[in-house]
Design a protein around this ligand. Structure first.
Ligand code: PMP
Length: 360
């Protein structure tokens, strides 16, 4: 077997122990004589899988009892639409804080359903920072404030939770959920596509405060309505069963690792090692303001972009994959999600050192 260190932004690397468990349970889950893919979501075996996953996620994130946890489909992109449909209520608009392409996309989609106020954006700075708080123009009458705690493409992460003075805070946690503990009670709604820190693509997690559901616009389809989904325990229709099951294994794995505090310590060490190296070597650079650098996605450019193809080719030979940067920013990007080991980050740094030495 020859597994690579996979730095892909998503779908992304998963804990090997989880993959092995999936493999071991593939043909016969827990004596049922069938795989999880083949069982009815209404029968006891899957119900037990679903409930355990929710319980473990609640424990990991310390989710208060007045929040619903939904296991949905459609990716984070579907939530760009569900959120305005469900949360506008009797208001007319919502605030968006834009620190990268994903926040921009969320705002564009929401603008079909409500009046979007771009309360702050760092686009003029090419999304290399979180805009200074003093410049934010939050509307006290907004239905909600939306932001992206971690922008996957630009590698910009909020170090703390924005203060919105009582307006519900909505956060696209796709690329940073479970990377560190968060105070869920500060949020109205948290959402995340699974394919980075949770499990396979096809599953989307929504954590929503109970009082925010039940106000969907009249035309909202049933399966987009958080209230109907909550009342049906995310099984108004057939849920993404296999992804839900794998997510549950990841949650158990993270609990066994010591929970999110332990996970955060490891993530901080990984990010620090990589940024410290990049900052120490003039051959590479990362443009993001130091205080706003992501623990999960580390974009960097080579001094000479003509070397990009050689860098990527050599990386694959060194068993490092998925390092090509997003086309919007070019260069490289190392996504170092929870399941990327410290050993993997060290292997990347070693390769970067050798490459800089050979080409510097
Ligand atoms: N938001 C963020 C922050 C993302 O990183 C991504 C995917 N990379 C998306 C939204 C879109 O997610 P999906 O493909 O699950 O719709």
């Amino acid at each position: 077997m020859s597994r690579l260190f996979n730095f892909s932004a998503g779908p992304a690397t998963l804990p090997e122990a989880v993959l092995k468990q999936v493999q071991a349970e593939m043909l016969d889950w827990n004596g049922t004589g069938m795989s999880v893919m083949e069982m009815s979501h209404r029968d006891k075996p899957f119900m037990s899988i679903a409930q355990a996953a929710e319980k473990d996620l609640r424990e990991l994130l310390n989710i208060p009892a007045n929040y619903k946890v939904l296991f949905l489909q459609g990716g984070a992109t579907a939530q760009f639409t569900y959120i305005p449909m469900n949360l506008l209520g009797s208001k007319t608009g919502a605030d968006y804080i834009v620190t990268g392409d994903w926040g921009k996309k969320a705002a564009k989609e929401a603008a079909k359903y409500l009046k979007v106020n771009i309360a702050a954006t760092s686009e003029a700075d090419k999304f290399t920072k979180v805009p200074d708080r003093a410049t934010w123009k939050l509307d006290p009458n907004a239905a909600y404030v939306h932001y992206t705690p971690n922008e996957t493409i630009h590698g910009v992460e909020f170090a703390d939770i924005p203060e919105t003075n009582g307006v519900p805070l909505v956060a696209d946690f796709s690329s940073t959920i479970l990377s560190r503990p968060i105070d869920v009670s500060k949020f109205g709604l948290i959402y995340a596509g699974a394919q980075k820190n949770i499990g396979p693509s096809g599953l989307t997690i929504v954590i929503v405060r109970e009082d925010l559901i039940g106000h969907a616009q009249a035309l909202t389809p049933g399966i987009f309505d958080y209230k109907q989904m909550a009342e049906n325990e995310s099984m108004l229709n057939t849920p993404p069963c296999f992804g839900w099951y794998v997510a549950g294994l990841v949650f158990k794995y993270l609990l066994a690792q010591g929970g999110l505090k332990a996970v955060a310590e490891r993530n901080e060490r990984k990010a620090k090692a990589l940024y410290d190296y990049i900052d120490s070597e003039p051959f590479y650079s990362n443009p993001v303001a130091k205080a706003d650098r992501s623990w999960m996605n580390v974009p960097f450019v080579l001094k000479n972009a003509e070397l990009d193809a050689d860098f990527l080719k050599g990386a694959v030979a060194a068993k490092l994959s998925g390092l090509k940067g997003h086309r919007a920013v070019g260069g490289m990007r190392a996504s170092i999600y929870n399941a990327m080991s410290e050993e993997g980050v060290q292997a990347l740094i070693t390769y970067m050192k050798e490459f800089a030495k050979a080409h510097g």
